[in-house]
Design a protein around this ligand. Structure first.
Ligand code: TYM
Length: 329
């Protein structure tokens, strides 16, 4: 069985972009692969976090994994800070990463331009920790949204560099980016990625938004004056809404276009609002269930940490030996 690794940062509420671009695909992959799905709390602290919020968000992401359909029996679901090997391998890989490579990371450039006062070394070296996450588990495949592609290239590069310098150690991971829906756009500026850190809450739909909020946000979504429901680059707003529609229902774009032939954006948006609201309702309910039954979550992350730790420790031992660290015993 091939191995998968992926993760989500508990840095706030998740959007339907995170769901459609990543978690929804994971659910399909869990049958075929040996999957490690992590809540990457150590990544989240690259921007300041209130401890109480970080605790809540971390559990909430785990609850979301379960609510979206990830089975804790089939997958290893765990919290990054529970497995110390992530930080340890991260350090080793830091010493093998060129500053120039990190300077070229577009996500860092964007984030550092936005908030000057928050700049810290962790934000800069964050992709190296991400590489450690992946390489520790011998992951063959990493399912992510399009915005993580560049980070994944670094992970591949570091795996190859290590293998060349020492000897065959790491599996070189392949990105899995679905050709459709890997980049859900802002509802207000469809040229821009949908992001939970957008200042305008109308730009995104959160997985935990209530029904009225979802409907209002879709109603206000930016469209155009052409008035035809068509998947075209000239209509980026409608194109994005069609993508969301298709990802939620599984219907093909052409079928949806046909269904709204001769109809206006009003009808289309109204239906879409119901589809998204209905699609998210069971997820929201399950998250609420787990958040009020924390002992179930505790049992799941404890077991996940045990499984993850076993595999990660083995890899770290191998790495330490190859670079010349003396084994304890
Ligand atoms: P994060 O927490 O920002 O996002 C989690 C996942 O959601 C995807 N995503 C999107 N997909 C489509 N449209 C969007 N608008 C959208 N916004 C976010 C992301 O691509 C991601 O797959 N660095 C990672 C977390 C991470 C990780 C890892 C991932 C840490 N270590 C190892 C994979 C493997 C991140 O910040 O994702």
């Amino acid at each position: 069985k091939k191995t998968i690794f992926s993760g989500v940062q508990p840095s706030g509420a998740l959007t339907i972009g995170n769901y459609l671009g990543a978690i929804k695909n994971w659910v399909q992959l869990q049958e075929e692969y040996d999957c490690y799905y992590c809540v990457v709390d150590m990544h989240a602290i690259t921007v300041p976090q209130e401890p109480k919020d970080l605790r809540k968000n971390t559990l909430e992401i785990l609850a979301l994994y379960l609510a979206c359909g990830l089975d804790p029996e089939k997958n290893t679901l765990f919290i990054q800070s529970h497995v110390s090997a992530h930080a340890e391998l991260g350090w080793v890989l830091n010493t093998m990463t060129y500053m120039g490579q990190l300077n070229r990371m577009t996500q860092y450039k964007e984030k550092s331009q936005k908030s000057e006062q928050n700049l810290n070394a962790g934000l800069f070296t964050y992709p190296v920790l991400m590489a450690a996450d992946i390489l520790l588990y011998d992951a063959d495949v990493v399912p992510v949204g399009e915005d993580q592609k560049q980070h994944l290239e670094l992970a591949r590069d570091l795996a190859e560099r290590f293998n060349n310098r020492y000897s065959e150690t790491f599996t070189v991971p392949e990105p899995f980016i679905s050709e459709f829906g890997a980049k859900i756009m802002s509802l207000q500026e469809p040229g821009k990625k949908m992001s939970k850190s957008d200042e305008d809450p109308n730009a995104y739909i959160l997985l935990l938004d209530d029904e009225a909020t979802i409907k209002r946000k879709i109603k206000r979504a930016v469209t155009d004056s052409l008035g035809v429901v068509k998947y075209s680059d000239e209509q980026p707003g409608i194109k994005n809404l069609l993508t969301i529609y298709s990802k939620f229902t599984g219907e093909k774009i052409e079928e949806i276009e046909r269904k709204y032939d001769g109809k206006g954006y009003g009808d289309f948006k109204e239906d879409l609002a119901c589809i998204v609201a209905d699609g998210l309702k069971p997820i929201r309910e399950k998250v609420n269930y787990y958040m009020s039954n924390k002992s179930e979550l505790e049992a799941i992350y404890a077991e996940g940490a045990r499984k993850a730790e076993r595999k990660a420790a083995k890899m770290l031992r191998k790495v330490y030996k190859k670079i010349g660290f003396i084994p304890k015993s």
